[in-house]
Design a protein around this ligand. Structure first.
Ligand SMILES: [Zn+2]
Length: 178
């Protein structure tokens, strides 16, 4: 079966969710604009992902790369570059199979959650490469922070998304790829 990709209307929701997620996450962690110069990221959907960035089950994952400014060769000109890899096919499947979930709040949760991971990696509160047992704990922490960040927002249909993630996180189903 061919994977399902986001279409234009899904991408409109994603744009909107990303703007809100970036703002509330920066506010919550009191990040300065220069923080994101050291920890750059972008958010890609399935059609733009490399084969190794595609997951059969996760809704999203974060990949980490070394970035370097063009025309600069020194190591000091390097920076961390994170890519939020959205798994359109799994997100759309989840929306079909789980009652009460809707696209906008789910995307808002996913993007905020992945940004929390990136902030914690970039502040060395968590390591990108860490042993499996630490990853479960980190997932729980990231979920709690994401809940806290989003709790203040009057977004309709967010509670079912929280419940869905509560269950996944408690079950310790999968890591880093939540
Ligand atoms: Zn996660």
């Amino acid at each position: 079966m061919k994977p399902e990709y986001f279409r234009q209307h899904h991408k409109e929701f994603l744009k909107e969710a990303t703007v809100i997620a970036e703002e509330v996450t920066s506010d919550f962690f009191k990040l300065s604009p220069c923080h994101w110069r050291r920890a750059r990221y972008d958010i890609l959907t399935l059609e733009a992902l490399a084969a190794e960035e595609i997951s059969s089950h996760a809704l999203a994952l974060v990949a980490k790369y070394d970035g370097r400014h063009k025309d600069r060769l020194l190591r000091s000109a390097m920076f961390d570059f994170y890519r939020v890899c959205l798994q359109d096919h799994n997100i759309l499947k989840t929306l079909q199979h789980v009652d009460d979930l809707s696209l906008f709040p789910l995307l808002l949760y996913i993007v905020t959650h992945e940004l929390v991971h990136i902030v914690r990696f970039s502040q060395f509160l968590a390591l990108y490469e860490s042993p499996e047992e630490h990853k479960h704990e980190e997932e729980r922490r990231v979920h709690q922070l994401t809940q806290k960040i989003l709790a203040r927002l009057p977004v309709r249909d967010l509670p079912p998304v929280m419940r869905y993630y509560d269950e996944r996180t408690q079950g310790g189903l999968q890591y880093a790829n939540l």
